[in-house]
Design a protein around this ligand. Sequence first.
Ligand code: NAP
Length: 265
Amino acid sequence: MEIEKLFDIKGKVALVTGGSRGIGEMITAGFLANGVKVYISARKAPALIEKANELSKKYNQECIPIPCDISSMEGITELSKKLAEHEEGIDFLVNNAGAAWGESYESFSEAGWDKVMDLNVKSLFFLTQKMKALLLKRTSLEDPSRVINIGSIDGLNVPALPTFSYSASKAAVHHLTRVMAAELVSENILVNAIAPGPYPSNMLGAAVNHDYSEIEKRNPRKRVGTPEDIAGLAIFLCSRAGSYTVGETITSDGGIVKTASHNLS
Ligand SMILES: NC(=O)c1ccc[n+]([C@@H]2O[C@H](COP(=O)([O-])OP(=O)(O)OC[C@H]3O[C@@H](n4cnc5c(N)ncnc54)[C@H](OP(=O)(O)O)[C@@H]3O)[C@@H](O)[C@H]2O)c1
């Protein structure tokens, strides 16, 4: 029952997609600081390699970059092949890479629909499918491997911005999490989702010109999320403490979703 045993993830191997910045970097840092070897992937190779070097040095733990565009089946196959060249098996897969698109209802484009749905939903499904063999290698009834899908509170609430495909894609991620959890739990792969609220990142920053003051004022906790908030939740889900939690979508939003009706009254 000691905290070191309940939340121990030392010696595990993880893949975090979109690990070069934002939420993916925050989760990667939490894993590295606690003894996990982490593979990170993203499209822009120089930034990814630089980030992997920076994090490896900071946490004195291996962080290995695999540059890859996972928006296509070719990219997904390439990433899973490259990972299999490095590792016999992995313990954690964090499906974090995602895209958003905002455009008015009248002009909302097919490109904005397809880009977001393809990366956020299709790629997440097929990468997890391709990673199954690696996730099965190190798993057991006592110590199952884990998949964490990064959804969004925009898939639970009606979004403030005109992000039609994004909110639909994240609702799909939450439901797909339950469906994949049901499929994989008997093989000792536990699938859960995190639905983040506002976390500083390129994606959120682009929508508010990197000024989070209004978002902080509106948030029930009066702040945006921090690396500790999201990494702590990911570590819980990957640890002994999280090993009876299956198919859940857990919000990390300062209370936005659960206190929404209170704020209206
Ligand atoms: N920040 C928030 O407030 C917030 C709230 C709710 C949910 N989320 C979710 O959290 C996840 C991370 O978002 P973020 O805010 O951290 O965004 P971000 O700062 O834009 O980071 C996105 C990451 O994904 C990578 N990526 C994007 N397209 C990719 C592709 N086709 N193939 C491979 N990698 C790709 C990016 O690197 P490259 O550009 O080099 O490919 C980057 O590493 C997303 O799923 C997002 O929907 C974020």
